[in-house]
Design a protein around this ligand. Structure first.
Ligand code: FO1
Length: 337
């Protein structure tokens, strides 16, 4: 059974751990499923160049989390991390000093930058880095081409009263506090799906949209020319999981930026935003938390099969149960006519 998951970083990684656990064994028997394959197509629009190094936060978060090398408390970066190099850079007054570049993490960025400079595409760099980490899944960047999410925030001093900043500055330095006028995916129109992505979407028995940020994690993946069409064309089901529980984000700041695209911070509203495949959207099914069951009728009326299940991912057991519920919903939606 092949499952392809479109995912962002932290929320996506927790969900992928659940999907991997469910695919690794027939429900609870402990017997590994030999035919199970899992592919993660991960957002790269968070990527940033710092001190000449190319950093891919979502790819690294999935790689470290699924590979067992992440700091589970922070949710990003390496376990047993130190920040000596970061402190040294700050001592020189070097900017930016607001992004947590860990000493262990630097090894990943140095190798990625070296391989990119040698001409290897991001997908081959990712494949090489993943050889160190036993992921139990295939990790694909959504595209090999460069794309960056920038957000436009109000700024009295700026000429138009607004300025564009890199997503990481908005997310990390400004803690997603400023009101965002617009989210811009710089370069997205010149991207193509990375090798293996279109096939992973076409051939999967099930495609899942992880409970990641719909604007800055799932949104960029859907915006890569060709990926929406691949989702439309596939015969098997596409099922999404709401990143919003009773009006707020499950983890991190998945609710942030929804106002910038005019979507209410509500589980059903996000499902309607993705839209039913029968109506030109990208999903057939949508999982909401039990506390959001009131939205089920609206989703069904829009052609989206909807279920209300516990969606709080406080441990791998919880995310396994969510993954199982998503696969079950996919089974009941079945192949499109
Ligand atoms: N997130 C933070 O809130 N603060 C940081 O200093 C930070 C550093 C960082 C370094 C490497 C990396 O791979 C991720 C890092 N993140 C940090 C997380 C990252 O900004 C976000 O998780 C994603 O970009 C959004 O999903």
């Amino acid at each position: 059974m092949l499952v392809t998951v479109l995912a962002g970083g932290i929320g996506g990684s927790r969900f992928l751990q659940g999907v991997r656990a469910v695919l690794d064994e027939h429900a609870g028997t402990g017997v590994p499923r030999p035919d199970a394959h899992l592919v993660a197509v991960v957002n790269t629009a968070d990527d940033i160049t710092l001190f000449g190094l190319r950093v891919s936060p979502d790819l690294d978060t999935v790689m470290y989390t699924l590979g067992g090398g992440s700091d589970t408390e922070r949710g990003w970066g390496r376990s047993d991390e130190t920040f000596t190099a970061k402190a040294e850079l700050a001592a020189y007054g070097a900017q930016p000093d607001w992004f947590g570049l860990g000493d262990r993490d630097l090894a990943t960025h140095i190798l990625r930058t070296q391989m990119l400079a040698a001409g290897y595409p991001l997908s081959q760099v990712t494949e090489a880095l993943c050889r160190r980490w036993p992921l139990g899944l295939r990790l694909l960047p959504m595209t090999d081409e460069r794309v960056e999410t920038h957000v436009v925030v109000a700024d009295e001093e700026a000429p138009a009263g607004a300025r564009a900043i890199h997503f990481q500055e908005y997310w990390v330095r400004l803690h997603a506090a400023p009101a965002v006028r617009e989210v811009v995916l710089v370069g997205i129109e010149d991207t193509t799906p990375a090798p293996g992505v279109a096939e992973a979407i076409a051939e999967a028995d099930v495609v899942l949209l992880a409970p990641s940020n719909p604007v800055v994690s799932i949104g960029p993946i859907l915006a890569v020319p060709g990926i929406r069409a691949a989702l439309h064309r596939r015969s098997g089901p596409v099922v999404g999981i709401s990143p919003i529980i009773s009006g707020s984000a499950v983890r991190g700041m998945a609710d942030k930026l929804l106002p910038a695209i005019g979507v209410h911070t509500d589980a059903a509203a996000v499902g309607l935003h993705y839209g039913a495949r029968s109506g030109g959207g990208v999903i057939d099914g949508w999982l909401v938390d039990e506390s959001d069951a009131a939205g089920l009728a609206t989703l069904e009326a829009a052609g989206i099969a909807a279920r209300a299940v516990p969606l709080f991912m406080d441990d791998t057991g919880a995310s396994s149960a969510m993954a199982a519920a998503a696969l079950e919903l996919a089974g009941s939606v079945g192949a499109r006519r």
